[in-house]
Design a protein around this ligand. Structure first.
Ligand code: ZN
Length: 322
């Protein structure tokens, strides 16, 4: 067996390329596409068909205070380990469509272009996947942060999913719609209160509140996952003998918060409770070798979790041809 050093391999490749008859320059000239292909990825779970719907990525500048219990240097080191630049957190948004065969269920709704210029593509990707917004009959909301609920309405306040029954976690509704809680809020959290009212105030009668733990659709069970917000909810999806744990924001960027499950980003409203929830869910996913999905994982946002000496590692799912 011949062993090549990297350098000799490159030199040999260059020689081989030079020896081939290359097409003359310009033969395959084409304008650059300058746009991404559709962000809709399908996979089967038992009898269900799931579609990961990419909404976009928000590139959030962060400072040394972004993680309450880790230094900016430690966070930047974790970003560098993931080949990411410092001081910017790429927050990817992926909603999940579940076709149970009887119902079309959307879990969270994307940002509808109301958070960043680099996000708001979920509906275009839904259409690319052959589904109209009007076809969706059920929407499950994990929590009331803008990146999960803004897609319910356009900037002008029109409903995006006119025929959908909307389910929201009861403790989430109770917290964000309480005037006393809002009066004590400031900064970005006050913005979340105002935004929750913008989205829900005039559709309060249509938004059905559920107790986390309840089965909302045959095969989709809500799971209390409190901490990130007071009513933050995950979902377990079961069909046949297969299951998937949709973790919502229990684990955000895996390169930071799966590898360092004890880190408490400022987005986690109750940091200590979030850590407990995160560890409980990651432990279950790793021990049971469950397929997982999370809203802020890199698209298509699904894979498995492996326990390591210090945390957990995401093993992304391989693209399936069928
Ligand atoms: Zn989120």
């Amino acid at each position: 067996m011949t062993h090549f050093s990297r350098r000799s391999f490159i030199a040999a490749s260059a020689l081989a390329a030079g020896a081939m008859a290359l097409p003359s320059a310009g033969r395959a000239a084409a304008p650059l596409a300058r746009a991404q292909g559709p962000g809709a990825y399908r996979y089967k779970l038992g009898q269900f068909e799931l579609t990961a719907l990419y909404d976009g990525t928000w590139f959030l500048p962060i400072d040394g205070k972004f993680v309450r219990n880790a230094s900016g240097g430690a966070v930047n080191a974790a970003l560098a380990k993931a080949f990411l630049p410092p001081n910017i957190l790429p927050i990817s948004f992926t909603a999940l469509l579940v076709n149970t065969g009887k119902q079309l269920v959307l879990i969270d709704t994307g940002s509808a272009g109301q958070l960043a210029d680099t996000a708001g593509f979920m509906n275009a990707n839904l259409a690319a996947g052959g589904v109209k917004a009007g076809d969706i009959d059920t929407i499950l909301i994990s929590h009331f942060h803008p990146d999960h609920i803004d897609g319910l309405k356009t900037k002008d306040g029109d409903k995006v999913f006119p025929n959908a029954q909307i389910f929201v976690p009861e403790p989430e509704w109770t917290f964000w719609m309480d005037d006393g809680n809002q009066s004590r809020a400031s900064g970005s959290v006050l913005g979340y209160f105002r935004n929750a009212r913008r989205i829900f105030a005039d559709i309060a009668k249509e938004a059905q509140r559920f107790k986390p733990g309840a089965e909302l659709v045959p095969g989709i069970v809500s799971l209390p996952a409190y901490g990130h917000t007071p009513g933050h909810t995950a979902f377990a999806i079961h069909s046949g003998n297969q299951s998937l744990l949709a973790m919502s924001d229990t684990v955000r960027n895996p390169e930071l918060f799966a590898r360092h499950p004890d880190w408490q980003p400022i987005f986690d409203m109750d940091g200590a409770l979030s850590v407990k929830t995160r560890r409980r869910m990651l432990d279950r996913a790793a021990a049971d070798r469950m397929l997982v999905e999370a809203y802020h994982f890199p698209f298509p946002a699904c894979g498995h979790m492996v326990k390591t000496a210090t945390g957990y590692e995401l093993v992304p799912s391989m693209w399936q041809p069928l």
